[in-house]
Design a binder for this molecule. Structure first.
Ligand code: PRP
Ligand code: ADE
Length: 176
């Protein structure tokens, strides 16, 4: 990991046994509160995509919105919201995914993207990959092209990024 990624990683707070015993929670509020770290984080994503044509940043509810909106602004791209079920008011596509206990669903407005649009899918963290996989399916159902799946943090031991690669997606994460 380079110096740049290391300094962002240092700004992440790890909280043991939250929200339940055995989970080490990666708290990104400490990155957002640190103006140097937050700027470095957004710059890392901007640097990766600034020389490509990107039509839209698709950001995942809720922490993905924070990174996605800053990135869309900097890249002069559209911002498309992938929301938890029941939050979007117009016609939607829905994808269900597995949680540790039970299932959840994400939604995308049908008119949020067009076939052929070049999209970067952004969230804060990849754990099991279930959220990003469901989000990527929404985008692919419209026929848009996922340039890359991007996140601040990968938890590789949970296998999510490998699962995404197995679906033919390219994955970029700033730190793990
Ligand atoms: C967290 C995180 C990712 C997802 C990663 O979101 O922000 O979206 O979990 O986990 P996965 O790779 O196992 O799917 P959460 O659902 O907790 O929602 P929040 O952003 O609203 O806190
Ligand atoms: N989402 C899923 N697993 C997480 C973790 N360990 N820390 C923060 N967000 C998460």
């Amino acid at each position: 990991m380079d110096y740049f990624s290391q300094s962002i990683k240092q700004a992440i707070r790890t909280v043991p046994d939250w929200p339940k015993p055995g989970v080490t929670f990666r708290d990104i509020t400490t990155v957002l509160q640190n103006k140097t770290a937050f700027r470095k984080l957004i710059d890392a994503f901007v640097h990766r995509y600034h020389d490509q044509h990107i039509d839209a940043i698709a950001a995942v509810d809720a922490r993905g919105f924070i990174i996605g909106s800053a990135l869309a602004y900097e890249l002069n791209a559209s911002l498309v919201l992938i929301r938890k079920k029941g939050k979007l008011p117009f016609d939607t596509l829905v994808e269900d995914y597995e949680l540790e206990y039970g299932t959840a669903s994400v939604e995308l407005h049908k008119d949020a993207l067009k076939p052929g649009d070049k999209v970067v899918l952004v969230d804060d963290l990849i754990a099991t990959g279930g959220t990003m996989l469901a989000a990527s399916r929404l985008i692919r159902r419209i026929g848009a092209e996922i340039v890359e799946v991007a996140a601040m943090i990968d938890l590789p031991d949970l296998g999510g990024s490998d699962k995404l690669r197995a679906e033919g997606l390219t994955v970029y994460t700033v730190c793990s």
